[in-house]
Ligand binder design. Structure first.
Ligand code: SF4
Length: 217
């Protein structure tokens, strides 16, 4: 068989799609980041008519290059929370405003085989926007985010995603040295807000693009 790993994941993603649709998410499967980009630009965006868009931290979103394309789109109000030229106060205010954007794009820290989305945030803006505020949400999700259950999701996030993110962001937290969560009290702590999303309400508000590649943390 050619590409047995992709074939394996295609079956797993297809099963997960059925489970997630049973939880009222709208779900798409993409073979790679290029196909994920086309799904967002050609199928999802034309169907929702968003006038404003924002996003929360997601390496997978950046990997699709959708960030550059959407930012340059005419006729869309862009609330760019990735803008590094903003002061802390400006960035904080933009994160607040992004909660009322028509569309919010991000990833998820983990997704369980029974269809739960599990997220842990520093500010809470990303995790909260997934659950309420923006009219539509698009989640771009690599196959490496799939875990068996809630315990595995929380372990993955606390002992892999969070330390690796703390390293990526040059935080001064103990996990940067040990690679494990030390339940720190550091001012740089990035683990402050947990959310678990069991179903999309209203139905179809959260659109998930499952990508048959390892992406993000
Ligand atoms: S709580 Fe602190 S030590 Fe644990 S993963 Fe988060 S930032 Fe790192």
């Amino acid at each position: 068989m050619d590409q047995p790993i992709e074939h394996y994941w295609q079956i797993r993603l297809s099963k997960l799609k059925d489970v997630l649709e049973g939880n009222n998410f709208e779900v798409f499967i993409a073979k790679d980041t290029g196909e994920a980009k086309s799904i967002v630009l050609d199928r999802i965006l034309p169907s929702i008519g968003a006038k404003s868009v924002s996003w929360g931290g997601s390496m997978t979103y950046l990997a699709t290059s959708l960030y550059e394309v959407i930012k340059a789109k005419a006729g869309l109000e862009i609330l760019d929370t990735y803008d590094k030229s903003l002061t802390f106060e400006q960035s904080y205010e933009l994160r607040r405003k992004s909660l009322l954007a028509d569309l919010f794009i991000t990833g998820t820290n983990a997704i369980t085989e029974d269809g739960l989305l599990v997220n842990l945030d520093m500010f809470g803006n990303r995790a909260c926007a997934v659950n309420f505020g923006p009219k539509h949400v698009i989640l771009l999700v690599g196959r490496n985010k799939i875990v068996g259950d809630l315990d595995e999701a929380m372990y993955r996030i606390k002992n892999y995603a969070a330390p690796a993110n703390a390293m990526r962001l040059d935080k001064k937290t103990p996990c940067v040295k040990t690679s494990y969560c030390e339940e720190c009290k550091s001012p740089d702590r990035i683990c402050n807000v947990w959310t678990i999303t069991e179903k999309s309400f209203p139905k179809g508000r959260i659109k998930i693009v499952l990508i048959n590649q390892d992406l993000g943390l």
